[in-house]
Design a protein around this ligand. Sequence first.
Ligand code: DUC
Ligand code: ZN
Ligand code: ZN
Length: 469
Amino acid sequence: MTDVLDLVIRGGTVVTTDGTVRCDVGIRDGVITDLGASLGPAREVLDAVGRLVLPGGVDAHCHIDQVSSTGLVTADDFHSGGVSAACGGTTTIIPFAAQHRGQSLVQVVRDYAAKAAPKAFIDYAFHLIVSDPTPTVLHDELPQLIREGHPSLKVYLTYDRLRLTDDQVLQVLRVARREGAVTLFHAEHHEAIAWHIARLLDAGKTGPRWHAQARPESAEREATARACFLAETTGAPILIVHVSAGSPLDEIRRARRRGVHVLAETCPQYLVFTRDDLDKPGFEGAKWMFSPPARDAAAHAALWEGLADGTFDIFSSDHAPYRYDDPQGKKAHGEDAPFTKVPNGVPSLELRLPFLFSEGVKRGRLSLERFVALTSTNPARIYGLFPRKGAIAVGADADLALWDPEREVTVTHELLHDRMDYTPFEGMRLTGWPVTTVSRGEVVWHEGTVRGAPGRGRLLTRSPAAVDQ
Ligand code: DUC
Ligand code: ZN
Ligand code: ZN
């Protein structure tokens, strides 16, 4: 019988950016085919009474099986990262294909695609990282890759082995604009950071706690303003990733008022941690080391305001999993290594949605619709995946997260599914939890059980970025 559905999600409250409605969701061949009352018959029925039915999360910033510029590899691969994401209600990830100097950008993408394909648990796409914009990269490889369906790239304004000069950034933006790609910026002022680092190390200030002093908010503010200026000069759309505080956010608002196409992202770690978290006994503070660093309570307030008032377009994890006690992780150079040698990043792939739901929606800071926009629909739109992803609509992929809005959970590392040996969110009490996750019509996470084989996730090619929202 062809009119039997594969799966019906029955009796839930469906949430999209347009509002909430009580209805069933009917699924066939991995796609949403029906929305309405009393759908069926179906081979499988999921009772969603009392649940919110959300579009599966789209995490547009995470580092999976990525080789850093110093040769360290992040702890999660496309299987463990995908499982962890799915258990947190995310159904699509966009990690990076990271070029290091001297490498062919095309070959880098081929290599990441080859290691992802046999392991991927959920659907994925790649942002490019451009660290070596040679004439071949600019004239041939970047246009080719954008046309092949990778219309987003990240550039760095700091880090010795990654950063581009302003002149190189202008050249990259010119190509990105012409080809329809959006350029992500890691915005921190390189020379100012080097200046601070030299003084701190000269004074023997080498422990994790000095990381925040080496990378002050002013360095982020200046680089954010400059990135906006470079976008203004070229007319190219840009997105500032991992914004940590109010003053860079104000630069983004100012640039937008003059018509610059600049979008903004923040992440869980900037809303809850402060520079004091780095100041733990011994080496422990390394568990809270990421860049830009966490700031203070005033920054948290400014970021919440930006999430609520629409200044932020997306909320990503920036999952950069470096284990604590591991030669590929925080202790790669030993516990006595200066803070400059500690890899930057924290895990948060699985907690991104529960964190924002609990701290944002449950605390009355964000509406449910805004939550869905920030975590799913906007990243899908901006990065060329909508309406296949980020939507609950007939014809969209059946990627869904069923949410128990009242479940109370105390975060422990044991609860999570990544390959880390700690979570910086240990002990945090959250309300609201994803109890079931559906990926292209398959139930991949249900009440504590993971289902699905490695390799079931598909590489998504994308259309040019939609930035004029
Ligand atoms: N930038 C990121 O986006 N993630 C981890 C570290 C960094 O510098
Ligand atoms: Zn970055
Ligand atoms: Zn990152």
